[in-house]
Design a protein around this ligand. Structure first.
Ligand code: NAD
Ligand code: ZN
Ligand code: ZN
Length: 346
């Protein structure tokens, strides 16, 4: 089969490889679509080698069950679904509490095994998955469904964890209206009455935010924090969702979050918010505000995301590419040319 593989740091190749073998509790999934996440670019450019190379990329995967392991009796060949990307232990305290995204089996600051970030991912014709990670999608289109596995899951989890800040009269800021951000705007719209302010460096992305239901759009500049304060009578935003996570956006969040507000770091840009323990609350940091580093989501967040999509309340803006054009498609994402999410179709 064909697979888009990371063969060395910075090197991505379409290669002919064997169809994966499956174990007794696994499924072989025929891939219908695989989304391209900005994290794939972080992985591609990571200076250190991944655990396994060559490794097939792709952690946003939807497809059809092709074959089942001998111990799997609850599923049937031909069923359509997507892959829950936290391949957690299922037994630790966090897993049994439903917090599979912070499963501690991998370590306190690590993340559970994830396809395309260790085990082979879904930018291929087939993928091996644990049967427990298969989540049915019924008749949802594969290209719409695949991005639910991360772009929606991760956004839903970040929003759900800040729900107490999103009541009527509140203001939420979404920084970075890409694959995740354009979904986050729609989720905020669907689950809350909050006013949504979108922030991006690109006017096209602000147009996308408006199409997704954002109330206002601001260009990402040093003045944006002051603009957010003006728009909230000096109080600041009740929740700031940062889908970029670089120093500039972390500073914007610190300077624009309200007292008792929520700053949620989702983007993996390595930014430092610089919260200090000064008596005045630190440089720009108001009393009571909290920071949370948000990783992926619970399986229940994935079910909620699928339900929103099936109800027509969440529509991914999708750009489709053939798997064979995967290297070019990743290049388009890197150059900021993708509107919404790019997906690869084998
Ligand atoms: P994307 O490339 O699709 O979107 C990024 C968006 O940010 C683009 O619209 C871009 O124009 C905008 N942007 C860039 N610089 C900006 C700035 N300074 N100010 C405002 N906007 C700016 O990326 P994506 O796939 O949506 O991923 C976003 C981030 O989230 C990445 O860092 C990715 O690695 C990370 N991520 C984290 C998790 C998690 O679990 N924490 C999960 C998935 C993705
Ligand atoms: Zn991702
Ligand atoms: Zn666990």
């Amino acid at each position: 089969m064909q697979a888009l593989q990371l063969t060395a740091p910075g090197v991505l190749k379409l290669r002919d490889v064997e169809v994966p073998e499956i174990g007794p509790r696994d499924l072989l999934l025929r891939v219908g679509a695989a989304g391209i996440c900005h994290s794939d670019l972080h992985v591609l450019h990571a200076p250190t080698r991944m655990r396994a190379e060559p490794m097939t990329l792709g952690h946003e995967v939807a497809g059809t069950i092709e074959a089942l392991g001998s111990d799997v009796s609850s599923l049937r060949a031909g069923e359509r679904g997507l892959v829950y990307l936290c391949w957690s232990c299922g037994e630790c305290r966090e897993c049994v509490s439903g917090n599979e995204n912070v499963c501690i089996a991998a370590g306190r600051t690590a993340m559970p095994p994830c396809p395309g970030l260790g085990p082979d991912g879904g930018m291929a014709e087939f993928i091996r998955i644990p049967a427990s990670s298969f989540v049915p999608i019924d008749d949802l289109d594969f290209a719409q469904a695949a991005p639910l596995a991360d772009a929606a899951l991760t956004s839903y989890h970040a929003v759900d964890g800040a729900r107490e800040h999103l009541g009527p009269g509140s203001t939420a800021v979404v920084i970075g209206v890409g694959g995740l951000g354009h979904v986050a705007v729609q989720i905020l719209r669907a689950v809350s009455a909050t006013r949504v302010i979108a922030v991006d460096t690109s006017r096209d992305k602000l147009d996308l935010a408006a199409r997704c239901g954002a109330d206002l759009g601001l260009l990402s500049r040093p003045e944006a924090a002051a603009q957010i304060l003006d728009l909230t009578e000096g109080r600041g935003a009740d929740a700031v969702f940062d889908f970029v996570g670089i120093d500039a956006t972390a500073r914007m969040a610190v300077e624009s979050v309200a007292p008792n507000g929520a700053y949620r770091m989702v983007g993996l840009g390595g930014g430092v918010p610089g919260v200090t323990a000064d008596p005045a609350g630190g440089p720009g940091w108001p009393w009571g505000a909290s920071v949370r580093k948000s990783y992926a989501g619970r399986k229940s967040d994935l079910l909620a995301s699928i339900a929103l999509a099936r109800a027509g309340k969440l529509r991914i803006e999708v750009e489709e590419h053939a798997l064979a054009d995967g290297v070019d498609a990743l290049g388009r994402l890197e150059r900021g040319l993708v509107s919404g999410r790019a997906v690869l179709l084998p």
